[in-house]
Ligand binder design. Structure first.
Ligand code: MLT
Ligand code: MN
Ligand code: ZN
Length: 304
């Protein structure tokens, strides 16, 4: 299968429009070694022609402009995107679907029941799309049963419920339910290889670690280096944990979990603009390099 990273940044992207943290200032002024990042999304294809979007970022217009494979121009109005899977109802993973409203037929959209509820109540983007061509909704189960998508022949998908926070506008905000946030295992039955994609991982429960250990490539939550880093520069009083993200550097953090795994290629995605690993010359980035952990960038291609 082919995996293309459309956006590797967290909510806000990099640089964030109103942010003057060391990283955002540095990338804007060209004084640090790094590259800008749009908000989190990947595209996956079994045959290199038909693509499935995983999450639809507010930056989707730029992402499509930068990846011509998604605009094959076979007809006067055309796209190579054949279906959309949404893993949670967060703004950075959903808003781009409104940009895709000019589609000439209903979008085939796959979400859990919990995410469907959010996106028809607290953040009713699916209702809004109903005034255009609408969506055909396919419910993703949260019992580890697998599903297939007709335009991705050879691929088998499994949703893995993750402990994280439901968004502020969710009816489940203070009462999270399984399916508020899922990781996805994507297996290619032709090569026998599988990817585990989880851009928002709050707690590494045993079942999640098992999926990660058995993956050929993990593409996981790289939001923050330290849990309190957003408060360092007076940016926010929120801890990453409250937002459903596990840090990289603490004992029990993402890096220590990945270090204990032999099999997978390890890649971080959904990197927040405050994270020092964005600076390729930072001490923190050297620590990741030594551990063999990669940092996703926009336009990154992975084949497995
Ligand atoms: C998150 O990943 O925690 C959210 O995307 C935060 C946000 O609303 O930007
Ligand atoms: Mn996010
Ligand atoms: Zn910033």
């Amino acid at each position: 299968m082919f995996v293309h990273v459309l956006g590797s940044g967290a909510g806000g992207g990099f640089p964030q429009w109103n942010c003057n943290c060391a990283n955002c200032k540095g990338v804007r002024e060209g004084t640090i070694k790094t590259s800008p990042r749009t908000q989190s999304s990947i595209a996956v294809s079994a045959n290199g022609t038909d693509w499935i979007l995983f999450n639809t970022s507010p930056d989707i217009k730029k992402q499509l402009d930068d990846f011509p494979a998604l605009q094959p121009a076979r007809e006067v109005r055309d796209t190579a995107i054949t279906a959309i899977v949404i893993t949670d109802a967060q703004i950075d993973h959903v808003t781009g679907i409104l940009t895709l409203r000019e589609h000439n037929k209903p979008w085939e959209v796959y979400t859990t029941k919990a995410v469907y509820e959010d996106l028809t109540t607290g953040f009713p983007v699916f209702n809004i799309l109903g005034h255009f061509r609408g969506i055909n909704h396919h419910e993703i189960a949260t019992d580890h049963s697998s599903f297939t998508i007709p335009t991705a022949e050879g691929l088998v998908f499994t949703a893995v419920p993750l402990k994280s926070e439901a968004p502020p506008y969710s009816p489940h905000r203070h009462n999270t339910v399984p399916g508020d946030n899922v990781g996805i295992k994507i297996e290619d039955t032709r090569t026998g290889k599988n990817l585990f994609y989880a851009p928002g991982l709050g707690v590494a429960e045993p079942h999640v670690l098992e999926y990660m250990e058995n993956a050929d490539t993990v593409l996981v939550d790289g939001t923050v280096w330290t849990d309190d880093e957003m408060s360092h520069e007076g940016i926010s009083d929120k801890r990453a944990q409250e937002m459903g993200h596990l840090d990289q550097s603490s004992e029990g953090g993402i890096m220590s979990l990945l270090n204990a795994m032999e099999k997978p290629r390890k890649i971080l995605i959904h990197i927040n603009n405050t994270n020092p690993i964005l600076n390729e010359e930072s001490e923190q980035r050297q620590i990741l390099n030594k551990a063999g952990i990669e940092v996703a960038y926009d336009g990154m291609d992975i084949e497995l």
